[in-house]
Design a protein around this ligand. Structure first.
Ligand SMILES: Cc1cc2nc3c(=O)[nH]c(=O)nc-3n(C[C@H](O)[C@H](O)[C@H](O)COP(=O)(O)OP(=O)(O)OC[C@H]3O[C@@H](n4cnc5c(N)ncnc54)[C@H](O)[C@@H]3O)c2cc1C
Length: 399
């Protein structure tokens, strides 16, 4: 038996994009349903991003999601760039007229959003299967899924948002030939760890070392997050904890500074990829977040782009569904892609400047050092990095 129902917006995916979209639509009095193929516990524990641009922070605050972030988040006014054995500080506030970034883990944003939506009586269907979207040429597209108890559902929607990440179903449901893609794969991956030890630094350290890139970031005052550049097809079993700490000490160490070690609670290897699919809309099906684009994490943009897309989408759907005005939905893809391509360039640029080419490229290595020296010695170059890192495009939400 199939249960039929109706909602205004069907949302596929309970990541940051899908959950924030559902939250923002509710602020405008628009109904939605969120379907998610993982469990709530899995979504709340999945280790991913942790750095918010100033605009993302301001957005979350302005819509009533700032309380725990303001209490527990760590505000950073800059980063360290390290190369050739020297560590240099970039002061974002000075360079950008006061902009900053905040460390607040994606897991916490997801928890805050799930808690807020469920407290408001919203429907989030976890552990669904066989999700599909259909009827895309009609005014009422249909979202189908099987719930965790095995009941098949068919939801008639005014619009569907594909917030289902890179491996979701919505992008591939677009009509054949509509979507174009632009892609770059990098010849290295990131081995990331979560360690139960206080961070050894007040702000992030990006280190270009001849043996590979390393990054020291953090999640809280008690939890450190560290990354190492490893070969693209690396096997995690080749990296026992002791080897990871030895390599981190080697790539991050400078005289007079100590990297504190602690128990590793999680480790994983992530591939590095740039990917943009466009347009991000077909009639009443909209793609948002990782469903439409992926950036390598060096620029810390993935989560911020996901939040930005759905802020634009929530405004556009409000105009469409409440005033019958299609101008903003017509502009949705182009509006998002301007920000996406800026972030894609910045993420590629940071990645290319800081990682070591496994194919031993002396010329490329010399260019990287020349670029890093330029960034730390030219106010104009440092400002370019700072304004992109803290968020080049403004993000607004009118109460
Ligand atoms: C391993 C990893 C590490 C990362 N690290 C960083 C980082 O350090 N810094 C940074 O800025 N960014 C990082 N990112 C990127 C950042 O986390 C993403 O950009 C962000 O999660 C995008 O949010 P989203 O909501 O668009 O997609 P997602 O968070 O991927 O959410 C999509 C949701 O859709 C669900 N879903 C998928 N298919 C279906 C289906 N058929 N039916 C129902 N539900 C479905 C998924 O289970 C998931 O919950 C990382 C990403 C990954 C994968």
């Amino acid at each position: 038996m199939t249960v039929s129902s109706r909602t205004q917006v069907g949302i596929v995916g309970a990541g940051p994009a899908g959950l924030l979209l559902s939250y923002l639509l509710a602020l405008r009095g628009i109904d939605s349903i969120v379907v998610e193929n993982r469990s709530r516990a899995y979504c709340e524990a999945r280790q991913r991003a942790g750095l918010l641009e100033a605009g993302s922070v301001e957005l979350l605050r302005s819509v009533g999601l700032g309380e725990r972030m303001d209490a527990e988040g760590l505000e950073h006014g800059g980063i360290y760039l390290q190369f050739e054995g020297e560590r240099h500080h970039l002061d974002f506030r000075d360079l950008t007229g006061g902009r900053w970034v905040t460390i607040y883990a994606q897991t916490e944003i997801v928890k805050d959003l799930i808690q807020a939506r469920l407290a408001a009586g919203a429907t989030i269907e976890f552990e669904v299967s066989d999700t599909s979207v259909a009827g895309l040429d009609a005014d009422r597209p249909v979202l189908r899924y099987t719930d965790s108890a095995g009941t098949r559902h068919q939801v008639s929607c005014d619009a569907i948002a594909g917030c289902d990440g890179f491996h979701g179903v919505c992008r591939d449901s677009m009509p054949p030939g509509l979507i174009q893609t632009a892609e770059r794969e990098y010849p290295y991956s990131w081995l990331g760890i979560l360690a139960s030890v206080a961070p050894s630094t007040d702000e992030l350290i990006y280190s270009r070392h001849p043996d590979g890139f390393a990054l020291h970031t953090m999640r809280t005052r008690q939890v450190s997050r560290l990354y190492l550049q490893v070969p693209a097809d690396e096997d995690i079993d080749r990296w026992p904890d002791e080897r990871i700490w030895t390599e981190l000490q080697h790539r991050l160490g400078i005289p007079g500074w100590e990297l504190k070690e602690g128990p590793i609670s999680e480790k994983a290897i992530s591939p590095m990829r740039s990917f943009v699919a466009y347009p991000m809309r077909y009639r009443r099906l909209f793609l948002a977040g990782d469903a439409a684009h992926i950036v390598p994490p060096t620029g810390a943009k993935g989560l911020n782009l996901a939040l930005a897309d759905v802020t634009v989408l929530a405004k556009a759907l409000t105009s469409l569904l409440q005033e019958g005005d299609a101008d903003l939905v017509d502009a949705y893809s182009d509006t998002c892609l301007a920000r996406v391509w800026r972030a894609t360039h910045f993420s590629w640029w940071m990645t290319s400047m800081l990682h070591v080419d496994p194919n031993r490229d002396e010329f490329g290595a010399a260019l990287q050092i020349a670029q890093l020296r330029y960034v730390i010695s030219s106010r104009a170059a440092a400002t370019t990095l700072a304004e992109n890192y803290t968020g080049y495009f403004r993000l607004t939400w009118e109460p």
